[in-house]
Design a protein around this ligand. Structure first.
Ligand code: AMP
Length: 197
């Protein structure tokens, strides 16, 4: 199974991706997680991406496309994967389409999470607070300021992907506002109806 999770920051994509990983034995490819790991490890990519990420902008398409292309060649992706936070621009979506067709692979579905944007800022600020309460270090971009920017970037650069994948008849819309279990159930229903196995 090969899926894309599409939706604004804070929509619950990561949470649902982790559940799908456990349920279907496929891997979660989160470009945000991979970039944060690169920042932490102070690799060349990480050093270049840090400032851009902290202010809530997108890192260059070429950087992200390379990361994903390398990752989906790993053996653990053979059984399928969930792309979480990628693609985020039509250029990335085109690059992904090319990558998959070169490997004779196809996407099964693009799950679009719809959410009330007014709650998103609260959600990510809470996520940062909970991380601190648990003794961790919150993400530098889980602040109200960076979140406002991230939402603007989502609207400008990522929302066009809704029409892009609707045109390919891959788009499935999920109401992402409910409790985690309810959203999970809806996803299972949709996947049951659209994905063979
Ligand atoms: P996320 O964890 O998906 O919210 O991503 C956190 C940050 O990483 C984003 O605000 C971007 O700066 C960067 N990032 C993650 N995925 C991408 C992508 N596909 N294209 C460009 N930048 C990305």
């Amino acid at each position: 199974m090969r899926l894309i999770l599409l939706g604004p920051p804070g929509a619950g994509k990561g949470t649902q991706a982790q559940r799908l990983v456990a349920k279907h034995g496929i891997v979660q490819l989160s470009t945000g997680d991979m970039l944060r790991a690169a920042v932490k490890a102070e690799t060349q990519t990480g050093l270049e991406a840090k400032e851009v990420m902290d202010r809530g902008d997108l890192v260059p398409d070429a950087t992200v496309v390379k990361i994903v292309a390398d990752r989906i060649d790993e053996p653990d992706c053979a059984n399928g994967f969930i792309l979480d936070g990628f693609p985020r621009t039509t250029a990335q979506a085109d690059a992904l389409g090319q990558m998959l067709s070169d490997k004779h692979l196809a996407l099964d579905a693009v799950l679009q999470f719809t959410v009330d944007e007014t709650v998103l800022v609260k959600r990510v600020v809470n996520r940062a607070r909970e991380t601190v309460a648990a003794g961790g270090t919150p993400r530098a971009d889980d602040t109200a300021e960076a979140m406002t920017k991230r939402l603007q970037v989502y609207r400008d650069q990522t929302e066009p992907l809704i029409a892009y994948y609707a045109d390919k008849s891959l788009l499935r819309v999920i109401d992402g506002m409910g409790p985690i279990d309810v959203v999970a159930e809806k996803i299972d229903e949709i996947l049951g109806a659209t994905v063979a196995a």
